[in-house]
Design a protein around this ligand. Structure first.
Ligand code: SAM
Length: 285
């Protein structure tokens, strides 16, 4: 292996040497194009003082590009073969940066602390089957992360960045908006991956901001959001009946929050869900 970023031939050679056969189950589609990983790092606005977390570094395409720009990169990989080999790839291709790289062999969903200084940014080509829960877990667990740029399936990118009233606005949109301002940040074709997925990808950027001011907890607000969208076609009065104990209770909570009970969840922003959560009727316990 030569120095610098990985190209298509390097990825294939590495995979063959390690006996890696990419699996769908772990969302293993590796980027084989150096221009694409550089573009991702540029779009993320990675700065020389950033401590970047990467989820699912795979064979290291994006990791190496991140090490060109960041102070430090901490990568979390679930696959034991990929996790074991990555430090060797970094040492071979960017020896001068090897001391600023750390690998955590784990399922990112279970990680609640990281070695070294608090992370400031997250940049990742996420495994598609778990992209939304992993994102929400990282936003919740590491409040020091103030910028995130992720590559996800294009349709998921649309959903994450959707605003109230839109067709694809739903649970991921509202929960992401609890933590951050979320925007689509570009499209990525399927031909820059090996193996090529059968969907296109999109970049989504998150800039953290304070959650809306509310006396309700995050869990209380998210419970309203889950209930409201579980029965998407219903009015909030009907959809929130289980949450409130009865349809009459739901109506009362909605009126107290200043929201028309005939509204549907897809019309409301995160601040309005928070207001509803504040008016949940007593359970009577
Ligand atoms: N970053 C590499 C790239 O761009 O070429 C690989 C991206 S690939 C889409 C997703 C990676 O996430 C794979 O390496 C896979 O093994 C890893 N992965 C899947 N599920 C994971 C999880 N729950 N926690 C950590 N890594 C995971």
């Amino acid at each position: 292996a030569g120095p610098g970023l990985l190209g298509a031939a390097d990825i294939r050679a590495l995979a063959e040497a390690l006996g890696v056969r990419p699996t769908k189950q772990l969302g293993q589609n590796f980027v084989i194009d150096a221009n694409t990983v550089r573009r991702i790092v540029r779009t993320a606005g990675v700065r020389p003082d950033d401590v970047v977390v990467e989820i699912g570094p795979g064979l290291g395409s994006l990791t190496l590009a991140l090490l060109e720009s960041a102070a430090r990169v901490v990568a979390i990989e679930i696959d034991p073969v990929l996790a074991r080999h990555l430090p060797t790839t970094i040492a071979a291709r960017m020896p001068e940066r090897a001391a600023d790289f750390a690998l955590v062999h784990a399922d990112a969903m279970t990680v609640d602390e990281l070695p070294g200084p608090a992370p400031t940014a997250l940049v990742a080509n996420l495994p598609y089957n778990v992209s939304v829960p992993v994102l929400l877990h990282m936003l919740q667990t590491f409040p020091s992360l103030d910028r995130l740029l992720v590559m996800v399936q294009s349709e998921v990118a649309d959903r994450l960045a959707a605003t109230p009233g839109g067709k694809v606005y739903g649970v991921p949109s509202v929960k992401a908006a609890w933590y951050a301002d979320v925007k689509r940040a570009g499209a990525i074709g399927r031909n820059v991956f090996w193996p090529a997925p059968n969907v296109d990808s999109g970049l989504v950027s998150f800039v953290r901001r304070e959650p809306p001011p509310t006396t309700a907890t995050r869990a209380e607000v998210f419970a309203v959001v889950d209930a409201a969208f579980a029965q998407r076609r219903k009015t909030l009065r009907a959809a929130l009946a289980g949450w409130a104990g009865s349809a009459a209770g739901a109506e009362e909570a909605l009126r107290a929050a200043g929201i028309d009970p005939r509204t549907r969840g897809e019309a409301l922003g995160v601040a309005e869900f928070a207001r509803i959560a504040e008016h949940r009727p007593d359970s009577g316990l």
